[in-house]
Design a binder for this molecule. Structure first.
Ligand code: ZN
Ligand code: ZN
Length: 353
């Protein structure tokens, strides 16, 4: 990504970018680490890290980045390069740097610090084929874990047991780590969109909502399926079908040039027309990449247009307090013609026995 970031710096008239968050360091260098600093100037890319990571960092990032072990302090290393490359101003990550870190950097750096704004997040929104392939690989692992775990969902098992099976299988099938702690909620608890898996046992007639994903190459997958146990009442089936129709309407609307708000509205209109408007209290979707929630959004107030290469979730839901909830979530990649659904798992209402 070095060249893309250098091009963006040049377009923005900024001398250099100081990448301090693990997410942006990884985006730029491809190398995951909890400690380190990446500096990109018009002349080159530098990755500074400590003894724990240096060997792996050289192997992973050494072809395009100058990788050095930190001496004295990261600020000293940054100052040295800035002097060599004639850098007068350095863009920093104002969204992830703490006030204390900012004060330290500002005291130590010879160059002026300027906020980075949307420089990196604009780049990260448009995925390369390699990035898309990582998300797809992570999604296939999640689907495989789900397909097997559906056999284990029956009366008497707990939400935690189901969550543990999903986690174990995603790791076992090649996931690096979870995209986030899996959500498994059942029965009345399924009306809580982000409920936490508990010791509650699954009962006949429960909806079970599972929202989960893993990472491959540092990139997340994200999916939700809601299944019924033993049977679904007519009302459950009806609400499920409304959510599915809403999702399909949102997916049909997602294409370059259409705003996130318009995509959200296409889905929301279906739910509102069916009389469940107040029961859909979150957005239709969010960007997915190195972060599980990133830009762009498919949300009521997000008026920026989608672009070829964006990856967004499509996840409408209906939540009826103290009764039940349904959410169905796929991942979409925006293409020149429209979008491609990256999720292969079936979407008809599955009844687990
Ligand atoms: Zn999700
Ligand atoms: Zn999501």
């Amino acid at each position: 990504m070095l060249k893309q970031i250098q091009d963006a710096l040049r377009r923005a008239g900024i001398d250099a970018a100081l990448l301090t968050s693990p997410q942006n360091r990884r985006y730029a260098t491809g190398f995951p680490s909890s400690a380190g600093v990446c500096l990109i100037t018009a002349k080159g890319g530098h990755l500074f890290t400590d003894f724990r990571y240096i060997e792996a960092a050289k192997k992973r990032a050494g072809q395009s980045f100058q990788v050095d072990m930190v001496r004295r302090s990261y600020a000293d290393m940054v100052n040295e390069v800035c002097r060599q490359d004639g850098v007068k101003a350095v863009a920093y990550e104002e969204n992830s740097m703490t006030c204390a870190e900012h004060m330290q950097w500002e005291q130590a750096l010879e160059a002026k610090m300027v906020p980075m704004g949307a420089l990196l997040s604009d780049l990260r929104q448009v995925k390369t084929q390699e990035e898309i392939d990582c998300c797809i690989a992570a999604q296939r692992i999640a689907e495989r874990a789900l397909a097997e775990t559906l056999q284990d969902i029956h009366v008497g098992v707990t939400e935690k047991h189901i969550a543990a099976l999903l986690e174990f299988r995603m790791l076992d099938y090649g996931g690096e780590k979870m995209s986030f702690d899996p959500i498994v909620v059942s029965g009345k608890k399924s009306s809580m969109p982000h409920g936490v898996p508990s010791d509650k046992t699954i009962e006949a007639g429960d909806f079970v909502t599972m929202d989960f994903g893993c990472t491959v190459g540092g990139y997340c997958s994200d999916m939700t399926r809601t299944v019924a146990v033993e049977y679904a009442t007519e009302e459950m089936q009806r609400v499920y079908d409304i959510v599915l129709r809403a999702q399909e309407a949102g997916i049909a609307a997602a294409k370059p040039g259409v705003t996130g708000a318009q995509v959200d509205k296409a889905a929301r209109d279906v739910i509102t027309a069916a009389g469940y408007g107040p029961c859909f209290g979150h957005s239709f979707g969010h960007g997915i990449g190195i972060d599980i929630h990133e830009l762009p959004l498919a949300a009521p107030k997000y008026d920026k247009p989608l672009a070829d290469g964006n990856i967004i979730s499509a996840e409408p839901g209906i939540y009826i307090p103290d009764r039940f909830g349904v959410r169905i979530e796929d991942m979409l990649v925006i293409t020149p013609e429209g979008c491609r659904d990256l999720t292969n798992a079936p979407k008809h209402l599955t009844i687990c026995k």
